[in-house]
Ligand binder design. Structure first.
Ligand code: GLN
Length: 298
């Protein structure tokens, strides 16, 4: 299956709007599947490290809800999918109230990042890393400084979104601090093996593979899984739900996080992207896996 899906890597191209992401090798494809046993099934270039990018939005949302509660989070960000690209600014102006439509687009993710508790960008990041290290059982996970600084220096669209949100009193405080945190959150670096473990916790209602340990509350796990279905693949989420039917979240690094409820966590890395910013080979691979093992939740 990985070999079959790998043929699709030449149908896309690596993200280049964050300069450091241009370095990625477009022909890479890696897969990990974790079913809660001690071992992970892996195939392809599974040792490759990559950054979470938008996949971090799922984890940041979980932490913000744990920190502030659902009511506060959803008073500032909506729950509806958009048909717009992930970095679109247009709806912020036309939508009343001006809160972003959902936490999986950049505007919404900036609000979520603002809500995470912490005295400084570093403190917020450390708290998110702590959650991710717990979910993966990997204490070495950190962020890629080069990718973070490359994004920070070229983040003018996100900067514009954040200033708009501040002007409309959805967020407060120092925007550069928020961008420092957000770009580091997006630059958290791991392998598809780690990603599969994260997927497993979300699939397993917030519990780790030691079934007694609650890593995130069940309600939060269900909520983020639902956002993964409705908004996880940006403005390709509808077609992806029909063709694949697995709660998933992609990032412009080429990563895809999958969570098959009560069954599996899936981690994929394939940096060659389609025009919407999703890994072309990664989506093909998920489609093949879903068909072969009947993984669709629908
Ligand atoms: N860090 C990226 C950004 O904010 C994440 C976007 C993505 O993965 N789609 O533009």
């Amino acid at each position: 299956m990985v070999i079959e899906a790998k043929k699709h890597t030449n149908k896309g191209k690596v993200a280049d709007y964050i300069p450091a992401l241009k370095e990625a090798n477009p022909s890479v494809l890696a897969l990990s599947i974790f079913d809660g046993a001690e071992f992970c099934f892996t195939a392809g270039d599974s040792q490759e490290l990559f950054t979470l990018q938008s996949i971090s939005k799922v984890l940041a949302l979980a932490l913000a809800i744990i920190d502030c509660g659902e009511d506060e989070v959803f008073s500032k960000v909506g729950m509806e999918p958009t048909g717009d690209p992930f970095n679109s600014i247009s709806r912020l102006e036309t939508q009343v109230p001006n809160k972003p439509l959902n936490p999986m687009i950049n505007a919404g993710a900036l609000v979520v990042s603002y809500l995470i508790k912490g005295d400084s960008p570093e403190h917020k990041l450390e708290r998110l890393l702590e959650l991710i290290r717990k979910m993966t059982g990997n204490d070495t996970i950190s962020y890629n400084k080069e990718v973070a600084s490359s994004e920070y220096l070229s983040a003018d669209l996100n900067r514009a979104l954040a200033y708009f949100l501040k002007q409309h009193h959805i967020i407060e405080g120092e925007i550069e601090d928020l961008l420092q945190y957000y770009t580091k959150q997006c630059a958290i670096e791991l392998t598809c093996h780690d990603l599969a473990k994260i997927g497993f916790v979300i699939a397993n209602e917030g519990k780790g593979f030691d079934r007694n340990e609650i890593i995130i509350p069940v309600k939060v796990a269900r909520l983020v899984k639902t956002f993964m279905v409705t908004c996880g693949m940006y403005n390709a989420s509808g077609e992806f739900a029909i063709k694949v039917g697995i709660p998933a979240k992609s990032g412009v690094s080429g990563g895809i996080l999958g969570a098959v409820p009560n069954r599996l966590g899936i981690g994929i890395y394939g940096p060659s992207l389609d025009e919407k910013g999703n890994s072309v080979a990664g989506m093909k691979l998920l489609e093949l896996l879903s068909d072969s093992f009947e993984l669709s939740i629908f």
